[in-house]
Write a protein that binds this ligand. Structure first.
Ligand SMILES: [Zn+2]
Length: 437
């Protein structure tokens, strides 16, 4: 049994209200929440003055790179980056080598995750080897505890395959998540298609390659009744389609990544490969549309799309370098800034914890390898997955001082505001005073 933790002087963030209260954690659960509690004799003290005390953050979209590309990241190093970022759980994407498309590879990740400092949930692949043709053994994987499926890295291109996957997913009670890019339209493109790509002489990936797949899957969700989650949405038109689908009552949810509401295609003017990502950084108008939709209910979640790549790959030419950027250590700061520094704790925890936990079904305790619930309320009896977040702490991003094995952050040298002071996973203090314990 781990030592008790006494979190004192913070502002506890409930779903629709906030409360100045102390929190006592013991044996993996929240033992008490209230004003003026006294510290248990044996407790570790966490000074939460000036901080939000809320459910640990949940990332719907983490590339842990293990198995296959351990030079870029491992389950353990990725989990450490997550804990520093305030996360108590991450969903590991299945585009590993081999892909997480069957019991063998999934079991490998479950075993390795025992050494992670945060809880690791797994997204299974929709199709065998993520090739887009034959469905993965979804029933078998669902029986093993997988609750979310995606071919992320690629979208499922064939509408008939996606329809079949939706029919299965609906009966299994699992969620399908889609990387929305039509590969024929996006083929060969390395950035957003438009005036900037024309000026830079780079081949573009048009916004419509995303919009068309979002529209298609909305239509398929309407047909099958299957819930669909749209990953890393980047265009204003996609958001309009999703907003309309929600008004219609369809079971659609979506996430956005911080780079799509903080950066745009003009960042590419120096051909910096740290800004290369799929879907690409879009226009200023798209960036503003994404940012505005954070608080309208159209966007359910902020997810990192944490995509580590080794320096030697990111140092290739712009055309050859792999797409993707780090996210776990800075997403909460960037979201805090976008919502107005320290101004919107309810939206902060809705976007970064409560909604992602609901979408990935991390409230259910039968999800393996998880045995504790995330994204819950800070109340007595709840599993103690918590973050103590200081919304006003300033720091400067240093790419050489990250927990990730990779350094491909587009925010190097940037001053950010808001940082996790402490992260508690299953009642254990894994980060305190901003440092891994
Ligand atoms: Zn993706």
């Amino acid at each position: 049994m781990s030592k008790a933790i006494f979190i004192t002087g913070g502002e506890v963030i409930h779903p629709t209200s906030t409360e100045h209260a102390d929190v006592i954690v013991r044996d993996g659960v929240i033992e008490a929440v209230g004003r003026g509690l006294s510290a248990p004799d044996d407790a570790i003290l966490v000074d939460a003055r000036g901080c939000w005390v809320g459910p640990g953050l949940v990332d719907l979209h983490t590339h842990l790179r293990e198995p296959g590309r351990e030079a870029a990241e491992t389950i353990v190093s990725g989990s450490q980056a997550a804990a520093l970022g305030g996360y108590s759980a991450v969903v590991a994407m299945p585009n590993t080598e081999p892909a997480l498309d069957g019991i063998m590879s999934v079991s490998y990740v479950i075993t390795k995750s025992a050494a992670a400092v945060v809880d690791v949930a797994i997204a299974g692949a929709i199709t065998v080897n993520r090739a887009g043709h034959d469905l993965a053994p979804m029933a078998e994987l669902a029986a093993a505890g997988i609750r979310i499926f995606t071919d992320d890295g690629n979208g499922v291109q064939n509408a008939a395959v996606m329809r079949r996957a939706m029919d299965y997913a609906r009966t299994l009670g699992v969620t399908l998540a889609q990387h929305c890019e039509d590969e024929h339209l996006a083929e060969g493109g390395v950035m957003n298609e438009g005036e900037v790509s024309a000026r830079l002489g780079l081949l573009g990936r048009p916004a419509v390659s995303e919009d068309i797949m979002v529209e298609r899957d909305i239509a398929l969700s309407r047909l099958t009744g299957c819930p669909v989650h749209f990953l890393h949405i980047s265009t204003a038109a996609s958001l309009r389609a999703i907003a309309a689908a929600k008004v219609e009552g369809l079971l659609v949810t979506c996430e956005v990544a911080p780079h799509h509401f903080t950066l745009d295609e003009t960042s590419l003017e120096n051909y910096g490969t740290q800004f290369k990502v799929h879907p690409p950084l879009r226009t200023r108008g798209d960036r503003e549309a994404v940012r505005a939709a954070l608080v309208t209910g159209v966007i359910d979640a902020v997810a990192t799309d944490h995509a580590p790549h080794a320096d030697e790959l990111k140092e290739l030419s712009f055309d050859e370098a792999p797409a993707g950027m780090l996210g776990l250590e800075h997403a909460a700061s960037l979201t805090n800034e976008a919502l107005g520094i320290g101004e919107n704790p309810l939206a902060f925890f809705a976007l970064l914890s409560r909604a992602p936990a609901r979408i990935a079904q991390l409230r259910a305790t039968d999800v393996r390898p998880l045995t504790s619930a995330h994204g819950g309320d800070v109340v007595t009896g709840e599993d103690a997955n918590l973050v103590i977040f200081d919304p006003r702490q300033n720091y400067v991003v240093d790419r050489n001082a990250l927990a990730s094995r990779s350094r491909n952050t587009p925010y190097d040298g940037r001053s950010l505001t808001g940082r996790a002071r402490a992260t508690i996973v299953r009642g254990r203090l894994v980060v305190n005073n901003g440092e891994l314990q």
